[in-house]
Design a protein around this ligand. Structure first.
Ligand code: SF4
Ligand code: SF4
Length: 351
């Protein structure tokens, strides 16, 4: 079915099914790789509660069935529960958090408001690795306690970890730790060159061979599923995605936050940004190259558009994190244009 939809010359959907709300770019941690570049002193004002409410209402009216809430640390916003109360009864709503604010009482509140699941970020399996990457001591322990509190109230919990040079030898321990905590699913995610990860790319990035070695070596303990973001699980999912950053910019996906600007929901209705020509192009899913196993596994071709564009500066390029399509790209080296300060300002990215 997806394959048939993708072959249409028009985007498949008239409105999005899933939306990510990047509620804030504030955080109580200071991660070395933070994609949201949290706590920038020069950040513009974030959307207030009434602006988010208006956006949520428009999204619901347009038929959105699932919200994904992230930050920064979304639980830092005093109006976080006010917004969750709007979303939870009407759509599957999941929250991503660093876990540091999740007490037993807050876990109960999340359950009571109707959250459908919680993703908790780990930076490493070992406390010293996690705390060093997060920039705050004791936060590995708090993330572990958060998982326990959330499981205790019956919420599905998925610990997440971003594979990078500092934690690459801890992935197996991460699976063991997660299972011991009682979860049934974890996610191992690739490192994206955005925010502080872009600026620290040489320190954090691994070659594709190094990444695949880690992924192939994993043997999850019985009872634990793990998802990851490499071939053949790295589908081109732009066709269904929408996201809005803390400042109201419609960005399609949180991983595209520094590459596109489809308009601002403060100034235009969200559905107007949905019709931006580049957004329409990405939702058509046309790529110059793909591989049969990718198409067979996902029904969408060519892998992630964010990393395809980053390394090739073409939206229809192959995703170099996809082994069959890598074609010799060294993922440890970012192209020069990515090292510049504002990729969104470049004509190639914005049109
Ligand atoms: S916990 Fe997440 S949002 Fe906070 S600084 Fe770390 S990466 Fe950024
Ligand atoms: S940028 Fe990548 S992760 Fe985001 S929606 Fe597109 S393909 Fe999916």
């Amino acid at each position: 079915m997806l394959r048939e939809l993708k072959l249409l010359s028009e985007p498949s959907l008239k409105s999005p099914l899933k939306v990510t709300l990047c509620l804030t770019a504030r955080c109580n941690l200071d991660c070395r790789h933070c994609y949201a570049d949290c706590n920038r002193v020069d950040a513009p004002p974030e959307l207030c509660a009434s602006e988010w409410q208006a956006f949520i209402d428009e999204a619901m009216h347009a038929g959105v069935i699932s919200f994904f809430i992230e930050g920064g640390e979304p639980l830092l916003r005093p109006d976080c529960f006010e917004l969750l109360r709007l979303m939870c009864p009407r759509a599957l709503t999941r929250v991503r958090t660093n876990g540091t604010l999740v007490t037993a009482a807050l876990a109960h509140e999340l359950k009571a408001v109707g959250v459908g699941g919680v993703y908790v970020d780990f930076m490493g399996a070992r406390p010293q690795t996690h705390d060093a990457l997060a920039g705050v001591e004791g936060t590995h322990q708090l993330a572990r306690e958060a998982v326990a509190h959330l499981l205790a109230v019956g919420l599905p919990v998925t610990p997440l970890i971003v594979l990078n040079r500092a934690n690459a030898d801890e992935m197996s321990d991460f699976l063991t730790m997660a299972r011991a905590l009682g979860v049934k699913e974890v996610g191992i995610l690739r490192l994206y060159p955005i925010g502080r990860a872009r600026r620290r790319w040489r320190e954090l990035a691994l070659s594709l061979d190094e990444q695949m070695q880690v992924i192939r070596s994993l043997r999850p303990p019985p009872g634990l599923r793990y998802m990851h973001s490499w071939h053949p699980q790295n589908g081109n999912c732009c066709w269904q995605m929408a996201a809005v950053d803390p400042y109201g910019t419609s960005i399609g996906c949180a991983y595209l936050r520094e590459l596109v600007n489809y308009g601002n929901v403060r100034e235009v209705p969200f559905l107007e940004t949905w019709e931006h020509p580049l957004y329409r192009t990405l939702r058509q899913g046309k790529v110059a190259e793909t591989c049969p196993t990718c198409a067979a596994g996902e029904g969408t071709d060519g892998g992630c558009r964010a990393t395809a564009f980053t390394f090739h500066r073409r939206w229809d390029a192959p995703d170099p994190f996809d082994e069959p399509l890598n074609a010799g790209v060294d993922l440890r080296e970012l192209p020069q244009w990515m090292l510049e300060s504002d990729q969104r300002a470049t004509p190639a990215a914005g049109t």
